[in-house]
Design a protein around this ligand. Structure first.
Ligand SMILES: [Zn+2]
Length: 188
């Protein structure tokens, strides 16, 4: 029987300080995750290399807008530009444009789906990791709440979140779950 699937998703990266540690830990555990990247963060430091590394190591890369803006507060044109410029940037690095995006703050405009050919992906488990540096608290929330087919939301721009993510993987793998990229859950 196939193991029950869950997906780890990371928003707001890439982060030069913490993303490398996360990628290393995921690789050691043979886990593929989904990264929703902010365009302007990709252009910082040598973060393009991190995007390439994510892709080469089997992670799924999605769009999280260029400047992390709330889509519903923008004009249609601005919203399109936020998504399109980020898609183009990612395509210039990995050779293909993302098919999935996570709208910042979960706010989305339906008419963009057709125009962009992009699928919005929200989440089902949110430990609010950005509000605390308490690793145990993040881990406990996620491990208690998560069930089959859940999409877990974390942020790889905090050290505590990265430590928590790897601990979550160890605990939930031990419970018999397998971690997949969100496309596998959505196509399921
Ligand atoms: Zn975000």
């Amino acid at each position: 029987m196939e193991k029950p699937m869950i997906a780890l998703t990371f928003d707001d990266g890439p982060n030069a300080q913490f993303t490398p540690k996360l990628l290393e830990g995921l690789k050691q555990r043979n886990v593929h995750a989904t990264f929703f990247l902010i365009g302007e963060n990709i252009e910082q430091n040598s973060n393009r290399n991190l995007v390439k590394q994510m892709y080469e190591e089997g992670h799924l890369i999605g769009n999280h807008t260029y400047r992390h803006l709330e889509i519903t507060k923008l004009s249609d044109e601005e919203a399109y530009e936020e998504i399109k410029s980020t898609n183009d940037l990612i395509e210039s690095i990995i050779g293909k444009a993302p098919e999935y995006m996570r709208p910042p703050f979960g706010s989305w405009q339906r008419n963009l789906e057709k125009k962009m050919m992009i699928i919005p992906v929200l989440w089902t488990v949110d430990p609010l990791d950005w509000t605390t540096e308490n690793v145990d608290e993040i881990v406990n929330k996620v491990v208690t709440e998560t069930k089959e087919n859940d999409i877990i939301l974390l942020h790889d721009c905090y050290n505590s979140s990265v430590i928590a993510a790897l601990r979550i993987v160890d605990l939930l793998q031990a419970e018999g779950y397998q971690f997949v990229t969100v496309d596998k859950l959505l196509l399921n």
